[in-house]
Write a protein that binds this ligand. Structure first.
Ligand code: TLP
Length: 352
């Protein structure tokens, strides 16, 4: 039980005592000179876990995706991705501004492009048309509520992209949540992608960082792009040390977060005015709609009332739309906190 239950994101997780200890003791060097042994250890460990030749430590998931997009594409190419993807919605148009690529968002059912959708979005060779430079997939899918796709679904998309000589990037910010939920090794999801980014700073609870994994040749190019973006860090082993603890100690416990999310979703689904799609709650994210009097204005007001009412009860939640709320479970939220959250929602909605 915690004084404040913070469900706004799993990015709010605090480092564990073991991480702080590892950070204090980390062997470090200048990583731009490729002389930081702890960064190298994290990169090698990440690459090994994802079955790739090499890894590159970056400051954030956003930087990992941007470095990957820029490393795969040329100015004027098009990137095919899901309409609700993080890259398209929440990365400040970095790929367009810095990478000079055009986005080709496609509406999908669960957040995942099907092979037919990829086939339909690939551009034919024509003097008028931007060539397709990259396809992206996100697993787990944030805006669709932490939904997972299988390694086979990713391989099927990869086959179509590769058939047209187009690379595939996986935004696996929460890839280990997918691996734990589907009980599949993380490397199976990465097998057929050309690059993958995952975050150690979300459910895995490290304070900072993400790792890009891919072929040695791709990572060498990505290293230059990271430097260009100002992401060449010096004694970064201080933070990479926590990332190593994240990968070695924090993956299996994600199952607890998934159980807590399910318990929360089931509880909220029984309350008036809240619509929870339980099938979408596969990992640690619960996204639900708020409906009141069948009226958008009343639903918006009810959403604001829920956010404020929870805050007054020391439960922090986040509205991601006019009548839509997201709760994310993580290691600093336990089963008692979930019960308290359900009680807070029950109290607020009782008079509805
Ligand atoms: N997502 C954050 C916010 O930016 C919305 C969150 O709280 O969920 N890919 C995916 C799928 C993500 O969910 C995020 C972060 C990122 C990339 C970017 O990671 P960071 O925040 O490290 O730049």
């Amino acid at each position: 039980m915690h004084d404040i239950v913070d469900l706004r994101s799993d990015t709010l997780t605090l480092p564990t005592p073991e991480m702080r200890e590892a950070m204090a003791r980390a062997d470090v060097g200048d990583d731009v000179w490729e002389e930081d042994p702890t960064v190298k250890r994290l990169e090698a460990l990440a690459a090994e876990r994802l079955g790739k030749e090499a890894g590159l430590f970056v400051a954030s998931g956003t930087m990992g995706n941007l470095v990957s997009v820029v490393s795969h594409t040329h100015a004027g190419q098009e990137v095919v991705l899901d309409l609700d993807s993080h890259i398209f919605n929440y990365e400040v148009a970095g790929a367009a501004v810095i990478g000079n690529v055009q986005m080709r968002p496609v509406k999908t059912a669960r957040g995942f492009l099907t092979p037919d959708q990829v086939r339909g979005a690939l551009r034919p060779a024509n003097i008028h048309i931007p060539p397709t430079g990259l396809v992206c997939v996100e697993n787990t899918h944030n805006r669709h509520g932490g939904t997972c796709c299988t390694p086979e679904e990713i391989s099927a998309i990869a086959a179509v992209a590769h058939g047209a000589s187009v690379p595939l990037h996986l935004d696996g910010a929460r890839l280990f949540n997918a691996a734990v939920a589907l009980k599949r090794p993380a490397r199976e999801f990465a097998r057929d992608v050309d690059s993958v980014t995952f975050c150690v700073s979300k459910g895995l609870a490290a304070p900072v960082g993400s790792v890009i994994c891919g072929s040695a040749e791709f990572i060498a190019r990505a290293r230059r792009v990271r430097k260009m973006l100002g992401g060449g860090m010096r004694q970064a082993g201080i933070i990479a040390a926590a990332g190593i603890v994240a990968l070695e100690r924090m993956v299996d416990r994600l199952a607890e977060d998934h159980a807590n999310a399910r318990a929360l979703a089931e509880g909220l689904g029984r309350l008036p005015g809240l619509s929870v799609d339980l099938a979408s709650v596969q990992t640690n994210i619960v996204i639900f709609g708020v409906e009141r009097a069948g009226d958008p204005a009343a639903s918006g007001a009810a959403t604001a009332e829920l956010v404020a009412g929870c805050a007054a009860r020391k439960v922090k939640i986040h509205a991601i739309g006019p009548a839509s709320i997201r709760c994310v479970t993580h290691k600093d939220v336990d089963a008692e906190d979930i019960a308290r959250t359900r009680d807070a929602f029950a109290e607020i909605t009782r008079k509805w």
